[in-house]
Design a protein around this ligand. Structure first.
Ligand SMILES: Cc1ncc(COP(=O)(O)O)c(C=O)c1O
Length: 427
């Protein structure tokens, strides 16, 4: 029997690497219901139906709402992307509405705004507060990403206060931060004033990949929330994923302190890195974002070295390697991580930082029109002056220099070139 994917997964498992990547359960079967594989059911008279929930799914969602102290919590078996889609739909139900949007938005948000015919007003994440304070501008909602992939947090209380003053909802892509509710200092954006959050529970809790929560803080959005999820979601949501969401909720209700020992491990590994001159950029105390460029190593080189020492990180880019730490990482995992950090080659000249991001280019074609049109990939030199057709995002900084529909300026092309991107999809 030829099974390329199944075989690749088995081979990866056999490597026995210390997992510092998603999903949060880290393959520890004790983190999941033990009989999970037997529970792959569908909508039956006694198993409820996700988008018409009135039985056990409804009860499970209500129990999750109690744990997260939300006005309503909805299960997603379609990842956080589905929650982002629903969040935008709920906040802006009419085509043409305007969303003040952090430029580091996940592509699911960009694509959803195109599908719904919404108009994004882009702002660098650090300019959002100033934009919200500008009374000459009007917006129907504000959409931000916090934490970002590096674990950097925005000032959600400040953004929430500005949104309240304007009477607009604050939507937070909290894909990387479901666990923030379980830290000693509760940093979950819902508890800091967000109107809604999209939580990729599978990234940091003991949830199967694809499991996520739409968290609603502002009760005005609760009533239409199922319909908004159903607009984009599959009619066959996985019961395994939904069961794992329910199980994780029950597990964290019983073990609310489980995350509190994680920051100490992260701090120890961060100190080990700091001793070698490698800073940790993460504000999230359960995440390690090692800026290896500071010691002359790209994140990709560092990740290769980690793998050679039996450690699998979550993500690596030109400057950083990112490790996600959850209660299911073991003392042995951390020991291997520290060994891997100690083994990174030392004494190199720091890599030069990326150039400053160019100014946001002019929008020539509406987002929807650009993203839904056919595109052609052209070399950078030929792309200058043309209209961008898709999101192409160099990391760092995790902010696309050009969004679909915007003109590809000379500065933007130079930025892409510096990031090792030599061709762009254009209209
Ligand atoms: C910032 C951010 N938002 C949203 C998502 C989408 O989450 P999911 O893969 O659960 O759909 C991701 C995925 O990595 C992400 O990094």
């Amino acid at each position: 029997m030829e099974t390329p994917l199944y075989t690749a997964l088995k081979r990866h498992l056999e490597k026995g690497r210390a997992p510092f990547h998603t999903p949060g359960h880290k393959g520890d079967l004790r983190a999941l219901p033990e009989d999970l594989l037997h529970l792959d059911f569908t909508e039956l008279p006694d198993t409820d139906s996700l988008y018409e929930a009135c039985g056990p799914i409804d009860a499970a969602e209500k129990a999750a709402a109690r744990l997260f102290r939300s006005a309503r919590t909805l299960f997603s078996a379609g990842g956080c992307s589905l929650c982002i889609q629903a969040m935008l739909r709920l906040a802006c139900p009419r085509a043409g509405q305007t969303v003040l949007c952090g430029r580091n938005a996940h592509r699911s948000a960009v694509q959803t705004m195109a599908l719904l015919g919404l108009t994004p007003v882009w702002a660098m994440p650090w300019d959002l507060e100033a934009m919200l304070s500008d009374s000459t501008r009007t917006f129907d909602a504000c959409y931000v990403t916090s934490p970002d992939y590096y674990g950097r947090l925005l000032d959600i209380p400040a953004l929430a206060a500005l949104c309240r003053t304007r009477g607009i909802p604050l939507l937070v892509d909290n894909a990387h931060g479901t666990h923030l509710a379980f830290l000693e200092e509760d940093l979950h954006p819902l508890h800091l004033g967000a109107s809604m959050t999209a939580d990729s529970a599978h990234k940091t809790l003991n949830v199967l990949t694809g499991g996520a929560f739409l968290q609603i803080g502002d009760a005005r959005f609760a009533g239409a929330a199922k319909e908004a999820m159903a607009l984009f979601g599959s009619t066959s949501p996985s019961y395994l994923i939904m069961a794992s969401l329910d199980y994780a909720r029950a597990w964290f209700s019983a073990h609310p302190d489980a995350y509190r020992r994680v920051p100490a491990h992260v701090a120890h590994a961060a100190a080990c890195a700091a001793a070698r001159g490698i800073p940790n950029l993460s504000d999230d105390p359960a995440r390690l974002t090692l800026e290896t460029a500071a010691v002359g190593l790209s994140g990709e080189e560092a990740a290769a070295c980690f793998r050679a020492h039996g450690v699998e990180p979550e993500m690596a880019d030109q400057a950083c390697v990112v490790c996600l730490c959850t209660p299911w990482n073991t003392a042995r995992d951390y020991a291997r991580l520290e060994e891997a950090i100690s083994a990174l080659p030392a004494g190199r000249v720091p890599l030069s930082p990326p150039p400053a991001l160019p100014p946001i280019p002019p929008q020539r074609v509406p987002l929807r029109e650009a993203l839904l049109q056919e595109s052609r990939l052209v070399p950078l030199q030929k792309a200058v002056g043309r209209i961008a057709a898709r999101v192409v995002c160099p990391c760092p900084p995790g902010v696309p220099p050009v969004m679909p529909g915007e003109e590809i300026t000379r500065d933007a092309a130079a930025f892409y070139e510096h990031s090792g991107i030599f061709a762009l999809p254009v209209l």
